[in-house]
Design a protein around this ligand. Sequence first.
Ligand code: AMP
Length: 398
Amino acid sequence: MLNKKSVDDINVKGKKVLVRCDFNVPLQDGKITDENRLVAALPTIKKLIADGGKVILCSHLGKPKGEAKPELSLAPVAVRMAELLGQPVKFAADATVVGENAKAAVEAMNDGDVVLLENTRYRAEETKNGEAFSKELASLCEVFVNDAFGTAHRAHCSNVGVTEYVDTAVVGYLMQKEIDFLGNAVNNPQRPFVAILGGSKVSSKISVIDNLLEKVDTLIIGGGMAFTFLAAKGYAIGDSLFEEDYVQYAKDMMAKAEAKGKKLLIPVDTKAADKFDNNANTKVVSDAEGLEAGWLGLDIGPKTAELYANAVKDAKTVVWNGPMGCFEMSNFADGTIAVAKAMAEIDATTIIGGGDSAAAANQLGFADKMTHISTGGGASLEFLEGKDLPGVVAANDK
Ligand code: AMP
């Protein structure tokens, strides 16, 4: 059980509080095209303002790789955050992040004021968790708050290094929510616990399969990765996605599930296409019929969609990561829609790991029906792998 101190456990009145946010928003010609991450950061920031803290925000944006690239400046975020918060946000435009502007801006702060630092990745040491930059960041504050789940699986100066030089390091509301749902719900689930895994490759999710198979009652496999399992069972998969090196792994997992008395479901039918194109010719084939060369499976078939929806029906906890097919193409989205719909309809804790499945749930209109949609792709996968995330570990224990 992860039990970390949060912003509710500290008193920030009159204190300088450095908040690591995830302001890594998409920008086009200097305009923010999706402000979800800014909105998601508001509860923690508002709480700190209301409590009379001097709120110093920081984040990375894109990959400037240690260079002060103007197109990756956080300046537009300062403008928008000021509008969203309804109060000024002073932007400290230092190429070195903690430079003269930042120091002067922090020095001039009154309780409840907000300052935003420049893109932390303007500094090359940031992603190397270097000591000097960590100390510089820490020198600005008395309290550190980490609310950036998306980078929690990385040990960088602005989320891990800095905590070594600050006495009080806690998590924000966004981070707390991720810990509660992805960490604690997965490790201590209400049963039956069903996990649904999809996406392109077995190889990118081996540790997730391994870890979840220990914890779930049922593990459902879909997406491109299912074909390696189908091939392992001797079915013909045509030109579908296939990882020959993982056939033995797939066999081992199926044997492990059987030995542990867990259900591991793989597709019973497939929607196949004669090319990787939304307008391709299509057909539905059973496992036994299989696919000949020239055909590739791009979605689970309708019988599988029904089987998977039924498997979810009585669950009390469902975790989903990875689409069931190439949902970006409307003709191969049905399997993913069926799973999202089944999750939306049940009375259970429903959790979506970040990345593509979160995008699918949003795009298909099921987002508000889920208990929790993770904001972190890589970070949520590492949680599901059962790994400790450095950004979470670094916060003070309760
Ligand atoms: P991942 O990043 O591993 O979660 O994979 C997500 C991607 O897998 C999405 O872009 C899907 O289009 C793709 N995908 C899902 N099913 C298939 C499939 N049967 N064949 C090829 N790609 C797939």
